[in-house]
Ligand binder design. Structure first.
Ligand SMILES: [Zn+2]
Length: 169
């Protein structure tokens, strides 16, 4: 049983479990459910507070943010594309929430979230190296982690710091 991000309660049970057994299970775990819902609500508020720090409602705000981020990311791209010998074909920016970057290994297009502006430089750098690493390896397997170990040894630390920033705002 778990509470998912929109506040729904998901319960897994064997296929033939009678509905009454599930109902009883829910009743018996009411306190846990209440607490889990409360926690989820709080996380959603924290996320809203975090992303709300960078207003991107108007076209001017969005363009200014993209220009500012591009100014930060370009030098990082120059450094790491040379080091890693990778060649992205296109860099784009979108105000994506809960996804810092995306890389299409086949087309070589990398997209970064404009909200990276809310992260400290070393965490932005981590995302840049992560997406560039996807040009070499598509999946998050051992091969991918070996690439990260080589080019950005603090990747676990950066990932943790980034996650904590979003939920501790
Ligand atoms: Zn990835």
């Amino acid at each position: 049983m778990r509470v998912v991000s929109n506040g729904d309660l998901h319960i897994s049970a064997p296929y033939r479990t009678p509905r009454s057994a599930i109902d009883q299970f829910v009743r018996e775990n009411e306190a846990w459910i209440r607490q889990a819902l409360q926690n989820q609500l709080q996380r959603n508020h924290q996320r809203a507070d975090f992303y709300g720090q960078l207003p991107l409602e108007t076209k001017e705000q969005a363009m200014e943010a993209v220009n500012r981020l591009d100014g930060i990311i370009r030098p990082m791209l120059l450094k790491y594309t040379a080091l890693m010998d990778v060649h992205p074909t296109k860099i784009t920016y979108k105000p994506t929430i809960s996804r810092w970057g995306a890389c299409n290994k086949r087309t070589g297009v990398i997209c970064f979230s404009t909200y990276l502006l809310l992260l400290p430089g070393w965490c932005i750098e981590h995302v840049v190296v992560h997406e560039l690493a996807h040009l070499i390896e598509a999946n998050h397997g051992p091969k991918f982690h070996a690439i990260m170990d080589r080019y950005f040894p603090r990747w676990k630390e950066a990932r943790k710091a980034t996650r904590e920033m979003v939920t501790s705002c």
